[in-house]
Design a protein around this ligand. Structure first.
Ligand code: ZN
Ligand code: MN
Length: 497
C-alpha cells in the first residue's frame, strides 16, 4: 500500500436569501411544483433584455465575506462565462472572473482532537444560478424538461485552498460554513433544496522514495448532504489509490486531464461525467450590460454594524469566560442563534455557566424535542429557567428539587395555566421543596432515624460503609428539600464521634 496524503479543496455554492433574483425582479423562491412561473425576459435570456444588479444580494455577499475573514475589493466587475447547457438560456452565466468582490480569507473550526483547524479561502464571488434540468429516469422514455424558476437567483461561490486532509475534515469545514451562514442570516442553507451544495476537488500526494507525486485532480460535483460529501470523498480516495497502483498517472500528464465525477448515493460510488473545462474553454469576457461596482467605506461600515457574534468567537467566550468544556460550547453553538441566545439569557440571570449549560443542553433540549416545540414556543422561558437555576446556585434548591419544579411548571403549562418566574416560589412552598439549610432540623431527623435503626448505625460505626446509604435515604425521605451531600456528611460526623 502506497504512503499518501489526501488533498481536498472545496467549492461551496450558497443561495442567498433575497426577495428577488440577482439581475431581475422575479421572486427568489424554491417552487419546484410550479415550474417556469418565476421568469421574465431578463432571466429567460430574451434578446434586448437588460440586467440590473440586486443591491441586497451584493450586501449579503459583503456580509458573508466579512464573516469569512476575506479581503474586500473596492472595485469589482461582472464577467460572462460561456458554456452551453439547456438550463442556461443566455448561453452564458454572469459571474466574476479576474476581479471578484473578495479574496484571501479563512475559516476555523475545532477538530475532534481539540486541535484548531484553519482552512484558507482563495476567494468568494457572486454569480447567478442556472435553472434545473429534470430528466425522466424511469427508463420508459427520454423525457427531459427544464425549470427556469431558479435561473438567475443569487449564488455565492466560496473557494477554499486545498487545505483539507480528510473526508471528516471536509464535513467539519462544511458544517462550520453552514453554521456561520445561518448565524449571519444570509442563506437558509437548506441542503435538500440545493441552497447549500459543494464540489470537492480531490487528489492524493503519493510519498515514494523520498519524492511526493501528486495524482490527477478529480472534481466531485454537486454534493448536497454532509453524509454524501464524506462518503464520496472516502470512496474517491480508495479509487484514486487503486488507479495510482494500476496506472501511475501523475498530475499534469497529458493523458491524465482533470475530470469531473458525480456521486451516486444508491451505489455509493463516484461516476465519470466529463473531462473538465479549463478557464480558457469558458471564453470569459467582461459583461457589457452591467456596470462595475465601487464599494465605499461607509457602505462597509454600515454592513459591519449589522454583524452578530460569530460561532468561533461564541465558542471561545463560552470556554474562556464561562468555563464550559469545548464539547458543551460546541453543542450550544451548533443549535444556532436562538438557542445560544436563550442560554446567554439563562446565564445572565443565574450567573453559573456550567449549571446553565447542563440544563439547556439536557433538560431543555430533551423537552423541546419531546414536545415538538421551538424555543419560542417552549413555556419555560430563559427568564423562568434562569430564576430557577439562580436558586440552585444559591443553594436554596437542590438539583433534584429544581427538576421537580421544572416538571411542575411544564405540567401547569400543559393545563394552559399561565406560568411565570413567580410560580417558582409558590411551587416550592406547595411541594415543600426548599432546601433545608437549618442544620438543627436535619440533626433532629438524623437523631430519630439513628434511634430507629440501631443495627445499621452500629454497622456504620464498625466501618461498614454500605450501611450508610439506607440511613441517608431515610433522612432524605423525611426531609424532602435536604441536600443529600450535607445529610451524608452529618451522618458520618455523628456516627464517627
Ligand atoms: Zn427574471
Ligand atoms: Mn460557480
Amino acid at each position: 500500500m502506497a504512503n499518501y496524503t489526501t488533498i481536498i479543496g472545496l467549492e461551496v455554492h450558497v443561495q442567498l436569501l433575497t426577495n428577488t433574483k440577482l439581475f431581475c425582479s422575479c421572486p427568489n423562491r424554491f417552487n419546484p411544483d410550479n415550474p417556469n412561473v418565476q421568469t421574465c425576459p431578463v432571466c429567460l435570456g430574451l434578446p434586448g433584455a437588460l440586467p440590473v444588479l440586486n443591491r441586497e444580494a451584493f450586501k449579503l455577499s459583503l456580509k458573508t465575506a466579512m464573516a469569512l475573514n476575506l479581503e474586500l475589493a473596492r472595485f469589482t466587475k461582472w464577467d460572462r462565462k460561456q458554456y452551453y447547457y439547456p438550463d442556461l438560456p443566455k448561453g452564458y452565466q454572469t459571474s466574476q472572473f479576474d476581479l471578484p468582490f473578495s479574496s484571501k480569507g479563512y475559516v476555523e473550526f475545532d477538530m475532534p482532537s481539540g486541535e484548531l483547524k484553519r482552512v484558507r479561502l482563495i476567494r468568494a464571488h457572486l454569480e447567478e444560478d442556472a435553472g434545473k434540468n429534470i430528466h425522466d429516469e424511469s427508463g420508459r422514455g427520454a423525457d427531459s424538461q427544464v425549470d427556469l424558476n431558479r435561473a438567475g437567483t443569487p449564488l455565492l461561490e466560496i473557494v477554499s485552498e486545498p487545505d483539507i486532509r480528510s473526508a471528516e475534515e471536509a464535513r467539519l469545514y462544511l458544517e462550520e460554513m453552514r453554521l456561520l451562514l445561518l448565524t449571519i442570516g444570509v442563506s437558509d442553507c437548506n441542503m435538500q433544496e440545493g441552497s447549500l451544495r459543494c464540489d470537492a476537488n480531490v487528489n492524493l500526494h503519493i510519498h515514494e522514495n523520498g519524492e511526493t507525486i501528486p495524482t490527477p485532480i478529480v472534481e466531485i460535483k454537486n454534493l448536497n448532504s454532509f453524509r454524501f460529501l464524506e462518503a464520496a470523498i472516502e470512496y474517491e480516495v480508495k479509487r484514486q489509490l487503486g488507479q495510482w497502483e494500476k496506472e501511475r498517472k501523475r498530475l499534469g500528464d497529458v493523458d491524465a486531464p482533470k475530470t469531473t465525477r458525480g456521486y451516486d448515493p444508491d451505489r455509493g460510488v463516484t461516476v465519470l461525467q466529463r473531462g473538465k473545462e479549463g478557464a480558457a474553454d469558458y471564453r470569459y469576457f467582461p459583461c457589457p450590460d452591467l456596470v462595475p461596482v465601487v464599494v465605499s467605506e461607509e457602505e462597509l461600515a454600515a454592513i459591519r454594524a449589522t454583524l452578530v457574534e460569530f460561532p468561533s468567537a461564541r465558542r471561545r467566550r463560552y470556554c474562556d469566560q464561562l468555563g464550559l468544556s469545548a464539547y458543551d460550547a460546541q453543542v450550544i453553538v451548533n443549535q444556532g442563534n436562538e438557542f445560544a441566545a436563550y442560554y446567554d439569557a439563562v446565564v445572565a440571570i443565574c450567573g453559573d455557566g456550567k449549571l446553565a449549560a447542563n440544563w439547556t443542553t439536557q433538560d431543555v433540549l430533551r423537552q423541546t424535542n419531546d414536545r415538538r416545540e421551538t424555543l419560542a414556543q417552549f413555556p419555560v422561558t430563559a427568564e423562568i429557567l434562569g430564576t430557577l437555576l439562580s436558586k440552585v446556585a444559591k443553594n436554596e434548591l437542590t438539583i433534584k428539587a429544581a427538576r421537580d419544579v421544572f416538571a411542575a411548571l411544564l405540567a401547569e403549562a400543559d393545563e394552559e395555566k399561565p406560568i411565570s418566574k413567580e410560580r417558582i416560589d409558590a411551587i416550592v412552598t406547595e411541594k415543600g421543596l426548599a432546601t433545608i439549610s437549618d442544620t438543627g432540623a436535619i440533626d433532629a431527623v438524623i437523631n430519630a432515624v439513628v434511634a430507629r435503626n440501631e443495627k445499621a448505625a452500629a454497622d456504620v460505626r464498625a466501618g461498614k460503609q454500605q450501611a450508610l446509604g439506607p440511613l441517608v435515604g431515610q433522612v432524605m425521605k423525611e426531609l424532602k428539600g435536604a441536600d443529600a451531600k450535607v445529610v451524608r456528611q452529618m451522618l458520618i460526623d455523628k456516627l464517627s464521634s
